[in-house]
Design a binder for this molecule. Structure first.
Ligand code: CP3
Length: 356
């Protein structure tokens, strides 16, 4: 497939640890409820799934944050739970309660029925990727994404979000064979899904391991990181300078950075509890880093937002042989004042230009 020429490659260069004129920035969940124009399109679509499953709507909301802010990357508007939905688990969203599955996977019979879905079930995602690439017209690169096999399994077993992960951890400690089977299916499905996104036009990939951090040490490596590695190994990323970079983000993964950096990824996403300087030293610039402003900093005054942005940039320090992509340490809150984001983008761009 051929697409318009890329005009702003600062994000891709930073991921590859090549010199850049300033630190690129995008935000996790940058298209979402904090934007009035998103809420308007969502009302038209009727529901979150109606929005995600319609390529025109998905494209519209993907581009909305780029109209307002000078972000250096766009991210496909979709969800990590489209994959188990394609497996037949029956995803729906209940207003105010988040995602729920009609058929959670909790016993041997349900696990036995589980299979890698045919990728034609996810064609609407691939169509959205291709449409977004065209409509972006080369402004900035497009990030494709998926959940980690463990994080997606959390929703499949719990049937919804969870505070204590009791059901999936019960399975982990009593029937690890069942959990391993789920993870195997998820890893294969995720690799196929991300390869489909590459084929459709994704220019970078991110794996969201949002709940890796709830696992005990060594169990994280066995039940989350091993399947992430399996996914990355199967990706058709291409070679040389054009290879598609991969970002792995484990929320709460600060203590396992060495392991995560060796997963085959190009960049590691960090939450706000870690020090960029310390992690950078630890990985000796072998991978780029993404993060890590506390999303709640956007509720501070303008001068506080600017000071926090500078603190994060100073913490990473002079870029040298490293690579830094500015982001939040997790998704932006739906209550964030949209003006705060303009302030943040301005400070990151201007301060980081002056650091060089
Ligand atoms: O970053 C982006 O702008 C891309 C879009 C995106 C969404 N979900 C849109 C969305 C991405 C990358 C995701 C990933 C995702 N989805 C994750 C991993 C990232 C993270 O935050 O840790 C997880 C755990 C999910 C599962 C999920 N989807 C939950 C828990 C919820 C409810 C959250 C809430 O705030 O209510 C969703 C729904 C969802 N996905 C929304 C959006 C914009 C809100 C839906 C709405 O409009 O009501």
């Amino acid at each position: 497939m051929s697409f318009p020429t890329l005009k702003n490659d600062v994000f891709l260069r930073a991921l590859k640890r090549q010199p850049v004129p300033y630190t690129p920035i995008w935000l996790m969940r940058q298209a979402g409820r904090y934007l009035p124009e998103y809420r308007e399109t969502r009302a038209k679509a009727g529901s979150f799934l109606g929005l995600a499953q319609n390529p025109e709507y998905a494209c519209e909301v993907t581009l909305q944050p780029l109209e307002r802010y000078a972000f250096d990357a766009s991210i496909l508007f979709s969800d990590i739970l489209t994959v188990p939905h394609a497996m037949g688990l029956g995803l729906h969203f209940i207003t105010g309660e988040g995602p729920k599955f009609e058929h959670p996977v909790r016993d041997e019979a349900a696990v036995a029925k589980l299979a890698v879905p045919d990728m034609s079930e996810l064609q609407y995602v691939f169509d959205a990727v291709t449409l977004i690439r065209k409509e972006l017209n080369g402004r900035v690169p497009l990030i494709g994404f998926a959940g980690s096999p463990w994080t997606v399994a959390c929703y499949m077993v719990e049937g919804q979000g969870s505070k204590d992960y009791r059901l999936i951890k019960s399975m982990l400690y009593s029937r690890p064979d069942l959990l391993h089977r789920i993870l195997e299916v998820n890893a294969q499905a995720t690799a196929n899904y991300l390869n489909g996104q590459i084929q459709a036009g994704a220019q970078a990939l991110m794996i969201f391991d949002s709940w890796g951090g709830v696992l005990a040490d060594t169990l994280f490596q066995t039940f989350s990181l091993a399947s992430i590695r399996q996914v990355i190994q199967q990706l058709n990323r291409g070679e040389g300078d054009d290879a598609i970079p991969v970002i792995v983000f484990t929320k709460g993964g600060g203590l396992w950075i060495d392991d995560i950096a060796q997963s085959g990824c190009d960049a590691v996403g960090l939450d706000w509890t870690t020090s960029l300087a310390r992690v950078r030293k630890q990985v000796s610039d072998r991978v780029a880093l993404q993060g890590n402003l506390d999303p709640m900093a956007l509720f501070g005054s303008e001068s506080a937002i600017r000071a926090e942005a500078r603190r994060v940039l100073d913490d990473f320090g002079p870029v040298g042989s490293g690579g830094h992509v500015f982001n939040l340490g997790h998704g932006i809150s739906q209550f964030t004042p949209p003006e705060s984001v303009s302030v943040l983008v301005d400070e990151v761009h201007s301060y980081s230009r002056n650091m060089r």
